[in-house]
Design a protein around this ligand. Structure first.
Ligand SMILES: Cc1cc2nc3c(=O)[nH]c(=O)nc-3n(C[C@H](O)[C@H](O)[C@H](O)COP(=O)(O)OP(=O)(O)OC[C@H]3O[C@@H](n4cnc5c(N)ncnc54)[C@H](O)[C@@H]3O)c2cc1C
Length: 644
């Protein structure tokens, strides 16, 4: 049967980190949206560590917040420890990170979905897609109930033909205790979408009361937590708002009641246990065909690759306020359970640890993302969008970022509007999606600051200022919040200008600030540590922390930021030149064969994107530029085939 309560614009399959942002973004744009997920009790489950943020990822969460997403605010009100990473370094690379109460995080997000007016949610496993004339028009489910919709966003994470490994032991599933989505892969393959295998792993979870914390080092959160959401522009009343009396929203005042993490380390005995049992590891015995994350290696990987390192640091991270379960950050493995026990017991403080859940590896299908347009729509099937781990990424923040963009663009597709494309110089989300659709990935892709050539512009405090034009264009935040964002941008602009043109002792304020920052470091002056002796006009001291920090950042690094801006302007010209979708690269005279094949495969949307494809060189770009220019002028030349 078909069960559509109403006409649906966007169907989202899967309520992981990508799915919830996709569904909320689409519904908040006013589009009738349906979210189908295999288990409503695992909405936004943190499959691996109970933490959000970190280097580059923390900035992405702020970008999600700037675009009206939910991850930041949900983290703030369910966080149990907040730390600003790289606090002693420059603000460009400082990143917020938080431990979360895993269950509170999930349940609050589920409640948020329930409260969203344009959103219908339903528990069912999508078993296949319904196609009509090369377009997707709906989903089939395991309950023999079908759903029809104008667009479909697939966010099924690690579940497509998910297979878990603990030594020789194998279980089907996207993660421990969950199902494996087996037939959906066939739907993709039938429609010409290529799938490949990747793998990832997770450490064991331990019972807190069996641990000896006196042998470990305590790691407390920051006294003054750095939160993720822009609380200065958000309306606070929405955060704990409920629909009826008796209903309660989970969460607590951001930053309150922090819980400690604990540090310990492996020993030479731990390394020896791994070496003795390497042949039993699912990853090392050749049982897993998928490629694993190079940057988040298994413990076996670390022992093999860094053989001379006597110890590896481990972090015991609490999974929540109302549980005694601990996550062992750094001990991801697919060794057999009996070896895991031995391994854990060789670690100081964990000698008598009881395991609540074993470590394991999971391998799964992903759809290489070079099959997508920059809007995240499939190039093979119209109206079908992909977001999250299915695109070959790893991490909650990467998934949520893509989910938000795919949700917005599914609505844009239905409405015939131009897609939301975040440029590489606008934020990490832009870098992420451009990298995925242009270069693809052969291993789980994770964001790093080093992937962004304009990372100096991506300090976490500026995300709203960088992205507010997109929020305005697509109606992603309320008009009241948008007005507060504009007001903030105005204050920042005013002060940056003022400090360069007004003087103290005949020297511009800006020069005083730069000298001070060069001598003492700007980080010492942030709101966290007080303003100290930093020279600034009295009225600037009265501004909000958010405005003041951004002004000080922009003034202190003015020279570098201006250089970045010049670089961006230099490349903007080619980034803005669109390549017609119907161009036949293989028939373009003057293009090298190798480039033509790559261009035909990736189908870049702009000349800028084409220039970032490895193997495509500047002379190829010149050929394309001439072709496009002549097409524009209506001078169709022989061999320069421009069909659209
Ligand atoms: C074992 C393991 C270890 C990991 N280790 C790390 C790590 O070390 N570092 C890191 O950054 N990330 C790690 N991750 C990845 C991280 O969990 C993901 O990147 C992130 O959760 C991806 O979000 P997502 O929304 O794409 O998918 P998921 O969070 O996996 O969510 C997928 C959702 O889709 C639903 N679903 C699946 N199939 C269907 C279907 N057919 N019909 C309906 N609903 C469906 C599921 O129920 C689930 O709600 C790990 C994941 C796993 C499983």
């Amino acid at each position: 049967m078909i069960y559509n309560e109403k006409h649906i614009d966007v169907i989202v399959c899967g309520a992981g980190h990508a799915g919830v942002e996709a569904a909320l973004a689409a519904a908040r744009m006013g589009a009738p949206t349906l979210l189908l997920t295999g288990n409503l009790d695992t909405v936004a489950q943190m499959s691996c560590n109970p933490a959000i943020g970190g280097q580059a990822k923390g900035q992405m969460v702020r970008e999600i917040d700037a675009l009206g997403g939910e991850m930041a605010i949900n983290t703030d009100v369910t966080g149990i420890q907040f730390r600003l990473l790289n606090e002693s370094k420059g603000p460009a690379v400082q990143s917020p990170r938080a431990q979360c109460d895993k269950k509170a995080y999930q349940f609050r997000l589920k409640h948020t979905l329930e409260l969203e007016p344009n959103l219908q949610i339903f528990q069912a496993t999508v078993t296949g897609l319904i196609f009509k004339k090369g377009q997707v028009v709906g989903c089939q489910t395991n309950l023999d109930i079908d759903f029809l919709g104008q667009t479909v966003v697939v966010t099924t994470g690690t579940f497509l033909r998910g297979l878990m490994h603990i030594g020789q032991n194998k279980n089907e599933g996207g993660r421990l205790g969950d199902f494996s989505s087996k037939t959906l892969s066939d739907s993709f393959l039938q429609s010409g979408i290529e799938l490949r295998r990747l793998k990832t792993g997770t450490p064991p979870r331990l019972l807190g009361r069996s641990l000896n914390f006196s042998k470990m080092q305590e790691q407390k959160g920051d006294d003054r937590p750095t939160l993720f959401a822009f609380h200065d522009t958000r309306a606070s009343e929405g955060v704990f708002h409920v629909e009826r009396t008796g209903e309660q929203r989970l969460g607590w005042p951001p930053g309150s009641n922090s819980i400690s993490c604990w540090m310990t380390h492996t020993t030479p005995a731990t390394a020896q246990i791994v070496r003795d049992n390497l042949h039993k590891s699912a990853m090392y015995s050749g049982q897993i065909e998928g490629v694993g994350p190079r940057y988040c290696p298994s413990f076996e990987d670390k022992i093999v690759r860094f053989a001379d390192k006597p110890r590896h640091l481990l972090f015991l991270e609490p999974e929540g306020r109302a549980t005694n379960e601990y996550y062992v950050n750094g001990l991801s493995t697919s060794l057999p359970f009996e070896v895991q026990l031995e391994l854990v017991h060789s670690i100081p403080g964990l000698e008598n640890a009881e395991l609540l859940r074993p470590a394991y590896a999971v391998e799964y299908d992903f759809a290489p993302p070079t099959q997508l347009w920059p809007s995240l729509e499939s190039r093979k099937v119209e109206n079908l969008f992909f977001a999250g781990q299915i695109n070959g990424t790893s991490g909650y923040e990467e998934a949520a970022s893509q989910g938000l963009v795919a949700g917005v663009n599914a609505v844009n597709k239905v409405r015939g509007q131009a897609p939301l494309i975040i440029q590489r110089h606008e934020g990490y989300i832009g870098v992420l999606i451009d990298d995925l659709v242009t270069k693809g990935t052969n291993e789980p892709y994770r964001m790093f600051t080093s992937r962004a050539e304009h990372r100096l512009l991506f300090n976490h405090g500026s995300a709203e200022l960088r992205l507010r034009h997109h929020a305005r264009q697509y109606g992603l935040v309320s008009s009241a919040r948008l007005a507060r964002m504009e007001e903030k941008a105005g204050r920042v602009g005013h002060w940056v200008e003022h400090l360069e043109h007004h003087r103290l002792d005949h020297i511009p304020w800006g020069d005083h600030i730069r000298r001070f920052a060069a001598a003492h470091g700007l980080h010492a002056q942030t709101a966290k540590n007080g303003l100290g002796e930093l020279p600034m006009p009295a009225a600037l001291r009265q501004e909000s922390v958010q405005v003041r920090d951004e002004v000080l950042y922009r003034v202190s690094y003015a020279g570098y930021l201006q250089r970045e801006q010049r670089q961006i302007e230099k490349f903007a010209s080619i980034d803005n030149i669109r390549i017609p979708r119907t161009i036949n690269f293989l028939e373009v005279r003057g293009l090298r064969r190798e480039s033509a094949l790559k261009l035909a495969d990736i189908k870049p949307a702009t000349l800028g994107q084409a220039s970032r494809i490895s193997g495509v060189n500047p002379s190829d770009i010149s050929v394309l530029m001439i072709l496009i220019e002549s097409g524009r002028a209506g001078e169709s030349k022989q061999g320069l085939k421009l069909e659209g």
